[in-house]
Ligand binder design. Structure first.
Ligand code: TRP
Length: 448
């Protein structure tokens, strides 16, 4: 009996760790803070929180449900479930657009992972010791302006990702997630503590939580929804794939809540760590993708033990980025492996190199290609915008509509351990609130 209980706990734990490893990454720290800064602060944060609760949670549960029922990779799972239920075969597009999204996201994700690696080294070298905002900003500007260096770090990051995926040691990372995730939280708390000593913490709190609703526009709402999908690793089928390894005993709603709370807490802590530094140094919150790289070194450069804390922080950030990047490459590799005669190793190399090449286009948009614009966006912004604002929400919409409308309602209720009022609540949210929410956000942003 105790043996059985232990076995179950351990598999559930492994699942939570894998899902958390995918969800918690650059999205929580790098992307969240720069999006908040870019989009006017609290109004964005509150809409983001609403999106996480009303859209993120049901979509996450829907992806796990579909994965657990399909017991296969996302594309086949969607195809089979659609066939079995007598639905449109076109549902398979949901799986395919997910693989495409993974490919595109990883290309620019790796560039930022490279920045994180480079900052790990430079903290140790003492590059930021005692520097002021101007010199840290100049350092970052010089990094962006140097395609050779960017390429080197982007390549280093991709080599790590490819190495891990090729060896199939993804599972071995669970133990590391279990210890390193709490360490990341502790370091963020230390940084929040540092933020309090700057005397600008109140301003940061107000910026993040006292909404100026006039900052709200259709595009801000779409950005907030995109961030909710991005940070929870939704709309790409990766959570579906994880769901396919899931035993019947795991409570999906409870597990989704755990993963979402952890992910959200880390993002909010990152914001509370970064914005006091922004205000204390007279920097602009709307700095863009460089925000954490021009603020955090200031904190580490001036606090006692800053070198070691900075080293630990950027190492942990790189690690969190790696566990997410692995979850981005894995579905692409699986796809190539299944559709071509390539072995796992060659499939991994081929997918990895393709991602790497696209990443080069992304990193050149910070220097040689900075005025090469498509639809007014450089390659980096285009990849980020197209995936988070279009592909992820559309795929997620497909998943929730399929789970809520095409799977049998009673079976789903049983599976989610819902009855009576809670079941009605699930149906209302999954059938109407979440899908109509996504559609409304799209329409609203199209209208300007
Ligand atoms: N969620 C990760 C982050 O916040 C990024 C990520 C990993 C992702 N897998 C994904 C985003 C799948 C979208 C879809 O950094």
């Amino acid at each position: 009996m105790s043996k059985l209980a232990h076995a179950q706990w351990s598999s559930k734990m492994a699942f939570i760790l894998a899902a958390t490893g995918s969800a918690v990454g650059l999205g929580n720290i790098w992307r969240f803070s720069y999006m908040v800064g870019d989009s006017g602060g609290a109004a964005f944060v509150l809409v983001y929180l609403a999106c996480v609760a009303l859209v993120g949670l049901p979509v996450l549960v829907a992806e796990w449900l579909i994965g657990r029922r399909g017991q296969e990779n996302p594309i086949n799972a969607m195809a089979d479930l659609a066939k079995r239920g007598g639905h449109f075969p076109a549902w398979v597009l949901v799986g395919i657009s997910g693989v495409l999204a993974a490919f595109l996201i990883l290309s620019f994700y790796s560039v930022i992972g490279g920045w994180s690696l480079s900052y790990t080294l430079n903290t140790v070298l003492g590059t930021f010791d005692g520097q002021d905002a101007d010199s840290v900003g100049e350092y970052f500007g010089a990094l962006l302006g140097n395609p050779g260096i960017l390429l080197m770090w982007h390549s280093a990051f991709m080599v790590l990702v490819i190495g891990i995926v090729a060896r199939g040691v993804t599972k071995g990372l669970e133990g590391a997630v279990r210890t390193l995730m709490p360490a990341l939280v502790v370091l963020l708390l230390i940084l929040v503590g540092y933020g309090i000593t700057t005397g600008h913490f109140g301003e940061a709190m107000a910026f993040m939580f006292q909404p100026d609703w006039s900052a709200l526009s259709g595009d801000v709402v779409l950005a907030a929804m995109g961030q909710a999908f991005f940070t929870l690793s939704l709309g790409m089928g990766i959570m579906m794939a994880y769901g396919s390894y899931l035993g019947e005993e795991v409570n999906l709603l409870g597990t989704a809540r755990t993963v979402i709370i952890l992910d959200t807490v880390i993002a909010l802590l990152a914001g509370l760590a970064i914005f006091p530094i922004v205000f204390a140094n007279g920097l602009s919150p709307g700095e863009g993708p460089g925000l954490i790289f021009v603020t955090l070194p200031l904190a580490f450069g001036s606090m006692t033990g800053g070198t070691i804390l900075g080293l630990m922080f950027f190492l942990l950030l790189t690690f969190a980025a790696l566990t997410s990047a692995i979850s981005l490459l894995e579905p692409v590799v699986e796809f190539v492996e299944e559709r071509t005669p390539l072995s796992r190793l060659t499939a991994t190399l081929a997918s990895g190199v393709a991602v790497w090449v696209l990443g080069i286009a992304a990193l050149m948009s910070f220097n040689v290609w900075d005025d090469f614009l498509i639809l007014g966006l450089n390659v980096f912004d285009l990849l980020d915008t197209f995936t988070s604002k279009i592909l992820l929400p559309l795929t997620g919409l497909g998943a929730i509509v399929f789970a809520a409308w095409c799977l049998d309602r009673q079976g789903v209720a049983q599976e989610l351990e819902l009855s009576g009022g809670t079941e009605s609540l699930w149906v209302v949210v999954a059938r109407y609130v979440a899908p109509l929410g996504v559609i409304a956000v799209f329409v609203n942003s199209l209208l300007g």
